[in-house]
Write a protein that binds this ligand. Structure first.
Ligand code: FAD
Length: 474
């Protein structure tokens, strides 16, 4: 497993292809450093013996110890540990841990490449395993580019006015394929080693060119990354707080060459749709770990501000805290159920139960704004109107602000100020807004979970039950 320094050195050695604000920027641009620190947390914990049970696994390919983020789940236990690891790390960094897209994409590919080979006699699985060994050996970080720009949402890929609105194969050569198109919203790419590309939706025979999956170095020729970065506001004086970061890209493929050994699907439209669903399934399984952690962070802030405000015993406060617990542990519990009820795919990979995964992600998504609303309610207006940090430390206004921020006299003014600065970041910053939209749409918009639930649930069996209860015999 590599060290943080090796990870950063590799980023610095990569070809510049990251654009932000109209110019090329280096991969160690200060605006990416928060995200890089988040990935570094996954590396440091992987190397720390006290976390080895949770953070590492034995590779089923080489038998070597690897960071769990490069592992393919070989058991129910692996799925349970991935969920627990996700909640643990997301608590540590105060939100998204950034490395789930890679593990979710590799697991999805491990299942669908084998199923496709079994149906079509292709050799995608062996190619994938060879690449996976390289990925594990080098402890690499992968982004997953699934979401196409999609153009007119009511039309299939081949029906679009511009055929490039979904990523597709434009040429097949002896040595590889040429792809064109763009993926949107793709997290972490400027500080990832690899981009794993998978389809975004069900595909028909006419969409066969869009049934393409591959892995490509994030700095490959023909790949442009148009990037946006958001972080929590920088602390100048009250340092030591944990910040959150979101960096995402338009990943644009301009007639990009991908060698065959990195192509894991090319034209088998049925399996394109299956891969889209399989990635979404694993990614929503990650949400059963990260969303409870987000609830933990919001719940902690809600409980603390109630205590600082002196209202922690009020009935409505207890009710709100119970609401947080109900969401966090229901989502987490459904995640556990999805692992316990997992199936073993033909490749040997364990696949979580789709109903429990989708139910969990659905509840996490629909309750997200309620959780923010409860925190805004308990915090009062100060997160929105808190004066800048410097005013708390200027000789003229500092003592006054420290006097007038006081609530519970047992809590120091500095700690009250610190809490309200965190609340201001959580509720009122650009990062707070991005986290909310990400919490709703990440892993698929809410309706997608309902579609996932209905695809896997046996409603007919419930109708038979109703007939039995009513005495209907037909
Ligand atoms: C912070 C953040 C990070 C993300 N990171 C990644 C990432 O790393 N990798 C990745 O691949 N994706 C990522 N995503 C993308 C995410 O998966 C998508 O935002 C999500 O799938 C919704 O797609 P969209 O944004 O194109 O919205 P749209 O598809 O435009 O959805 C808007 C609305 O239209 C509805 N809709 C869409 N199509 C139809 C239709 N045919 N019929 C009826 N209604 C329809 C949707 O249900 C929704 O209500 C990220 C998103 C965010 C916000």
């Amino acid at each position: 497993m590599r060290t943080v320094q090796q990870y950063i050195d590799k980023l610095r050695s990569m070809r510049p292809n990251v654009y932000m604000g109209g110019r090329l920027v280096p991969r160690d641009d200060p605006r990416f450093m928060g995200g890089i620190r988040t990935i570094a947390t996954t590396i440091e914990c992987g190397l720390d013996p006290q976390y080895s049970d949770l953070m590492t696994a034995r590779s089923h390919l080489t038998g070597k110890t690897i960071n769990r983020y490069t592992h393919v789940h070989q058991s129910v236990e692996d799925l349970l540990k991935k969920q627990e690891m996700t909640r643990f790390l997301c608590r540590k960094v105060g939100g998204c841990i950034d490395r789930c897209m890679g593990i979710d994409a590799t697991n999805a590919l491990s299942v669908v490449t084998k199923d496709c080979d079994n149906a079509h006699g292709t050799d995608y699985h062996q190619r994938f395993l060879k690449w996976l060994e390289y990925f594990q050996e080098n402890d690499l970080v992968a982004a997953c580019a699934q979401t196409d720009v999609k153009g007119d949402r009511s039309k299939r890929p081949h029906e679009q006015a511009d055929p490039d609105l979904y990523v597709h194969v434009v040429e097949k050569r002896d040595d590889g394929i040429i792809v064109r198109g763009a993926k949107n919203h793709i997290s972490i790419v400027p500080y990832a080693d690899e981009i794993i590309v998978v389809p975004t939706r069900a595909l028909t025979q006419k969409d066969a060119d869009y049934a393409v999956a591959f892995a490509i170095p994030a700095d490959a020729e023909g790949v442009k990354l148009v990037t946006r970065a958001t972080g929590t506001r920088e602390r100048k004086i009250l340092t030591g707080s944990v910040g959150q970061y979101q960096v995402d890209c338009y990943v644009i493929f301009e007639d990009t060459f991908v060698p065959w050994e990195r192509v894991f699907l090319c034209g088998e439209h049925m399996f394109g749709g299956m891969l889209a669903l399989m990635f979404a399934l694993y990614h929503r399984h990650s949400y059963t770990g990260c969303k409870p952690a987000v609830s933990d962070c919001l719940m902690g802030q809600a409980a603390l501000v109630a205590e600082y405000n002196g209202i922690e015993k009020a009935h409505h406060v207890r009710e709100k805290l119970a609401d947080y617990v109900a969401v966090a542990e229901l989502v987490y519990g459904a995640g556990i159920a999805s692992a316990v009820k997992a199936r073993r795919a033909a490749s040997g990979t364990y696949v979580p139960d789709p109903v429990y995964v989708n139910v969990a992600r659905y509840h996490a998504g629909v309750n997200l704004y309620h959780e923010f609303e409860m925190l805004a309610d308990l915090s009062g207006g100060l997160p929105a109107t808190l004066p800048p940090e410097e005013d708390f430390f200027s000789p003229e206004t500092g003592p006054l602000l420290h006097k007038y921020i006081m609530r519970n006299p047992k809590i120091s003014a500095e700690n009250q100020h610190r809490l309200f600065r965190l609340l201001s970041d959580t509720l009122c910053s650009a990062m707070g807004g991005v986290a909310q939209v990400g919490g709703m749409h990440g892993g698929g918009s809410p309706v997608m979970e309902k579609i996932g639930i209905m695809a896997a649930y046996d409603i007919e069996a419930r109708k038979r039950l109703a007939k039995q209860l009513a005495g209907i015999r037909d």
